[in-house]
Design a protein. Structure first.
Length: 290
C-alpha cells in the first residue's frame, strides 16, 4: 500500500525525479517485517536507476568545490583535497524516520549518499583530540585525568584554532578557522543491501520477557549501504579569523601535517557514518592533492 496521491507518485516514479524524495515517500506501507525487507530491496533497485541520471549535477558539485579550494590557495590560504576509497561499507541515517525503520541520509539535490560537512568536522575534531593525546601523553597541561577517564580541555589552543569554541556564548568565543565541505562520491555509485541480525527481539521490544534468552530466532533486517570500493572526495580550506589575540591565523606546514593526520586517524580508526563501532565507514590510505 502506498499513501502518496497518484499524481505525485507518478512524478516521483520518473527516473529524473530526486531519489531523496522517492526514498522517503515511495515505500509500500506494510507492518509485516518481511514486507519491510522487500521494500528496502525495491527501494535499492529504484535508487540505482534514479541515480544514473544525476551525473551532470554531481560533476557540477565537484567543479564548484574544487574551485573553492583552488581560490583559497590562490589567496595564499590553506586548501586540501583528499580522494579516499572506502575499505568497508558506509551507511548513515539508519535511525532517521522511515517506514522501513532503516533510513539513510541522502543529498537533497542529487539524491546520492554523502557525508555532511558537520559530520566530517565532528569526526576530525575527535581524531585531532586522539592525536594530541598520543603525541603529548597524559602529562600535557590541557589533558585532565580524573582516574576514570581522560578528557581534553576544550580550550586547548589547536582545538580552538581549528574547530572553534563549544561555548558560543562566551565573551571571547572563537569560530574555527577550518571549513569543511560535504563529501560526495567521485562518480555515480551503486546502492547495496546489507543486513543486521538482531537477536532477543522480544527482550528489546518489551514483549513481557524479563531477560534475553537464546531460544529466539533472529529476523534479518535489510538496509541500504554504499559498498566498499567507492571513492569520495573530502575538501576543506582555511578561513582565517582577523586580528585575534587568542589564536594564530597564519597556517604553516606544521598545520598542514596536523590536518592530514586528522584525516588519516579518522579514515583508519574512527570511521564516518553509522555502525563505525563494528568497522563501517573506514577509508583506505588517501591520495592527497596539492
Amino acid at each position: 500500500m502506498n499513501v502518496i496521491p497518484e499524481i505525485q507518485a507518478n512524478k516521483l516514479k520518473s527516473l529524473k525525479s530526486n531519489f531523496s524524495l522517492f526514498f522517503s515517500r515511495m515505500t509500500d506501507w506494510e507492518e509485516n517485517i518481511e514486507k519491510k525487507n522487500d521494500a528496502i530491496i525495491e527501494l535499492g533497485k529504484a535508487g540505482n536507476e534514479h541515480l544514473k541520471h544525476v551525473t551532470r549535477i554531481l560533476a557540477a558539485i565537484h567543479h564548484r568545490q574544487h574551485r573553492l579550494v583552488q581560490q583559497a590557495k590562490a589567496n595564499g590560504q590553506f586548501g586540501l583535497e583528499i580522494r579516499a576509497r572506502l575499505k568497508t561499507p558506509f551507511v548513515s541515517g539508519l535511525g532517521s524516520g522511515h517506514p522501513t525503520e532503516t533510513g539513510m541520509i541522502l543529498d537533497r539535490n542529487t539524491g546520492l549518499p554523502y557525508i555532511p560537512a558537520s559530520s566530517i568536522k565532528g569526526v576530525l575534531r575527535l581524531a585531532h583530540a586522539v592525536n594530541i593525546l598520543n603525541t603529548f601523553g597524559s602529562d600535557y597541561k590541557w589533558i585532565e585525568n580524573d582516574g576514570d577517564q581522560i578528557n581534553l580541555n576544550d580550550c586547548e589552543p589547536s582545538l580552538r584554532r581549528y574547530f572553534g569554541d563549544i561555548n558560543t556564548k562566551a565573551k571571547d568565543c572563537l569560530r574555527g578557522q577550518l571549513v569543511f565541505l560535504d563529501a560526495y562520491p567521485k562518480e555515480i555509485l551503486e546502492l547495496k543491501q546489507d543486513i543486521m541480525n538482531p537477536h532477543n527481539s522480544s527482550y528489546y521490544g518489551g514483549n513481557g520477557k524479563k531477560q534475553p534468552v537464546e531460544t529466539e530466532s533472529p529476523i534479518p533486517v535489510k538496509f541500504l549501504t554504499v559498498n566498499s570500493g567507492e571513492t569520495f572526495y573530502f575538501r576543506g580550506y582555511c578561513l582565517p579569523v582577523q586580528s585575534n589575540k587568542y589564536v594564530d591565523n597564519i597556517f604553516t606546514e606544521e598545520d598542514y601535517q596536523a590536518i592530514q593526520k586528522m584525516f588519516l586517524r579518522a579514515f583508519a580508526d574512527i570511521g564516518f557514518g553509522g555502525k563505525t563501532s563494528i568497522g563501517y565507514g573506514r577509508f583506505e590510505m588517501p591520495n592527497i592533492s596539492d
